[in-house]
Design a protein around this ligand. Structure first.
Ligand code: ADP
Length: 408
């Protein structure tokens, strides 16, 4: 490790897990990454992954603090700890308070806690991770990178639900959008790949993983997105329903006697590809099953593609001009079949897929899959949320260091 290396630790705290990545600021591939799991139960473990492979170890205690201690011990063992310059924390929900990444101060933590009612599972876990990390690493800057921040440029016409305004004014009920760090990164990479004008372009970015959302990006800013107040709205996902008539939800509650928590589980964990296929939430498994003639798997993929195409068409109307549709995330980057099924439904927008280019996309590579010379262009661009978090963190840490020097 060169002595002038600047290492950034990226943390993503879940309620019972801690994902981490260590980036050298010069390169998008992490030097080390991993996951600590079962942090509230029996048998907590941590897995480290680097270019030599994966290694799992038991943790002495089931807690976020034990997990972070194991990460720091590993950095010490590798002789990297003195090069650690900043920590970036991923936060899912920033309400209207966060429009971009910021250095963590006590008031930032209070603001994240204040929007916890909108993300009751995610935000308290993120705050717990921050508190532990601030305690263990008090002398380096910590930064929050918020998933909703990129979408804060949406206008009221895009973010309001047409329900009485008091719910927005008093309780923050509105559309926020998620996966913002991925959408921002992929939009920026697409502008470079396609040599678009950074100040004059229109994209629809489709982030298709276990969770899925699509965003209309104009001139680098989000103008509309498919997810709403929570990550449930919009596209069909692995186990989430996406859009559903609210009256259908009320009807199911009445006829089955289910309460709000049970409906939350049904719509977030028991729906989506899993529910329609009656087989799996995993796109790769569904493709294999559809290939073998499983009707449910084929139907689930059709429903997924239909909903996605409908959203892409709708989102394009929020733009001044549609230059490109971009696929990213585990499904978007790897499933030629889902891309083809979606694009076949988008011919009215003039999209023309190059079947050979679509089939030949290599894993992890960016490329164009539309017929050469046609517009809008269709591209595949791998996402890298951790790298985007590391870049924001490094930039803010450098600014903070510069401000300190100036103050001296
Ligand atoms: P997460 O949202 O949890 O980060 P990912 O972005 O890794 O998830 O995406 C996971 C999804 O990508 C799963 O449905 C998985 O089946 C799908 N996927 C990964 N590789 C392939 C592939 N080669 N073909 C089709 N689907 C794939």
């Amino acid at each position: 490790m060169p002595s002038d290396s600047r290492l950034i630790l990226v943390l993503n705290s879940g309620s019972s897990s801690l994902k981490f990545a260590v980036h050298d600021t010069g390169t998008p591939i992490p030097l080390l990454s991993g996951l600590a799991e079962r942090l509230t139960g029996e048998g907590p473990t941590i897995t480290f992954k680097d270019d030599s492979g994966k290694q799992a170890h038991p943790l002495p205690e089931a807690s976020h603090a034990a997990a972070l201690d194991a990460v720091l011990a590993e950095l010490t063992r590798r002789g990297w700890i003195d090069s650690l310059t900043a920590v970036g924390h991923r936060v899912v929900h920033g309400g209207e308070r966060f429009t971009h990444s910021v250095l963590i101060t006590p008031s930032v933590i209070t603001d994240i806690e204040a929007v916890s009612p909108l993300a009751p599972l995610h935000n308290p876990a993120a705050v717990l991770g921050m508190r532990v990390a601030l305690q263990r690493l008090p002398s380096i800057p910590h930064v929050v990178v918020v998933d909703t921040a990129f979408h804060q440029t949406m206008k009221p016409e895009a973010f309001l639900y047409a329900i009485p305004m008091e719910f927005y004014r008093k309780h923050g009920v509105r559309r926020y959008g998620f996966h913002g760090t991925s959408h921002r990164y992929v939009a920026g990479e697409t502008v470079k790949l396609l040599h678009l004008d950074p100040n004059d372009h229109g994209l629809v970015v489709c982030h298709l993983g276990n969770g899925a959302s699509a965003t209309a990006v104009q001139d680098g800013c989000c103008v509309d997105t498919s997810m709403g107040m929570t990550p449930l709205e919009g596209l069909v996902m692995g186990t989430r329903s996406g859009d559903i008539d609210a009256a259908a939800v009320l009807h199911i509650m009445r006829i089955t006697g289910r309460g709000p928590d049970e409906m939350n589980t049904l719509l977030n964990k028991e729906s989506g590809l899993l529910a329609v296929s009656e087989l799996s939430n995993d796109c790769r498994e569904l493709e294999a099953a559809a290939e073998d003639g499983h009707a449910g798997a084929q139907l689930a993929l059709e429903v997924f593609a239909h909903r996605l195409a409908r959203h892409i068409g709708g989102l394009a109307m929020a733009l001044r001009r549609l230059d490109a549709v971009v696929f990213t995330g585990g499904i978007g980057e790897n499933s030629a079949r889902v891309r083809a099924m979606t694009l076949a439904r988008l011919r009215p927008l003039g999209l023309q897929m190059d079947a050979a280019a679509n089939a030949c996309m290599t894993r992890g590579a960016a490329g164009i899959i539309s017929v050469q010379g046609t517009t809008p262009i269709v591209a595949v661009v791998p996402t890298n949320e951790e790298w985007m978090i590391a870049c924001d963190t490094d930039q803010l840490a450098r600014q903070a260091a510069g401000a300190l020097v100036e103050a001296d």
